[in-house]
Write a protein that binds this ligand. Structure first.
Ligand SMILES: C[S@@+](CC[C@H](N)C(=O)[O-])C[C@H]1O[C@@H](n2cnc3c(N)ncnc32)[C@H](O)[C@@H]1O
Length: 255
């Protein structure tokens, strides 16, 4: 039996700190650029509206947060959190290069904050959308992370989770498993030069993390309603969407 993957906060933070400089390159390269499409699908399925802010947790180098800011036409504030400062520095650089002028000229804010998803520094019921892309799997305690995402989401607001999964087609599944297990870690190790074998961690963490109906059941158990899940690109990734229950409407006394 294989040992469980070490997902302690210290190990995860150190690993992402070490690969941060090559993270974007590796991401686009190893996914063949499909990651852009996955983010686009997320934003299309869970589109922003109104003026309430959006939160992207485990934001890494900020791509989903940037995409949400753009989808809100620079009029909806976006908050993005991660506990690895090296990743956040890169995210801030991208924000400044892409939207710095517009933000300085009065567009909505796009703020990166160092925070653990298991202990978010926000009041309850703040955000119209709480998103996470390829981050939930890395959070040490999935239920605590999900609980925090739901706590800060507005009643009736949506939680969007983009995460790796395994293809259901048996032939494609076999090819993908071999690519994931043998090819990807070698390319990753070579390019990212990471001591902690981040690209061994990737297949190991994906294969032990629930996906499909199992993860959907977890979302429901954590309190989300109207949960849907949509496999993307032969099931390599899956988009999960759930809604926080609308606030109970208490009829006024003596009505
Ligand atoms: C695979 S990266 C994903 C980054 C980005 N969302 C993307 O789609 O490219 C995972 C990120 O989750 C962050 N992370 C993992 N566990 C976390 C936690 N408990 N709290 C905050 N960030 C965490 C890591 O620092 C890393 O930046």
């Amino acid at each position: 039996m294989s040992a469980a993957v070490d997902k302690s906060e210290a190990r995860v933070r150190q690993m992402f700190g070490e690969i941060s400089g090559r993270y974007d390159l590796m991401n686009h390269l190893l996914s063949g650029g499909v990651d852009y499409y996955w983010r686009w699908r997320t934003i299309r399925a869970v589109a922003p509206s109104g003026s309430a802010p959006i939160l992207d947790v485990c934001t890494g180098t900020g791509d989903l947060a940037l995409a949400y800011w753009k989808a809100g036409r620079g009029q909806i504030p976006v908050m993005a959190t991660d506990f690895t400062p090296e990743m956040l520095l890169l995210a801030e650089g991208k924000r400044d290069r892409q939207y710095g002028k517009r933000i300085a000229n009065g567009a909505a804010s796009l703020t990166f904050v160092e925070a653990d998803t298991q202990k978010l520094p926000f009041e309850d019921n703040q955000f119209q959308i709480v998103s996470v892309a390829f981050g939930l799997r890395n959070v040490t305690n999935t239920e605590v992370g999900l609980g925090e995402m739901i706590r800060v989401c507005q009643p009736g607001g949506r939680v969007a989770i983009l995460e790796f999964s395994m293809p259901t087609n048996p032939v494609f599944n076999l090819i993908y498993r071999n690519y994931f297990k043998y090819v990807l870690p070698r390319i990753g190790q070579l390019l990212a030069k990471n001591k902690q074998s981040a690209y061994d961690y990737l297949p190991a963490s994906v294969s032990e993390f629930p996906y499909g109906q199992q993860l959907a059941d977890k979302l429901i158990a954590c309190g989300l309603t109207n949960v849907t899940w949509t496999p993307l690109t032969f099931g390599i990734a899956t988009l999960y969407v759930g809604q926080k229950r609308p606030a109970e409407i208490t009829p006024p006394l003596n009505s």
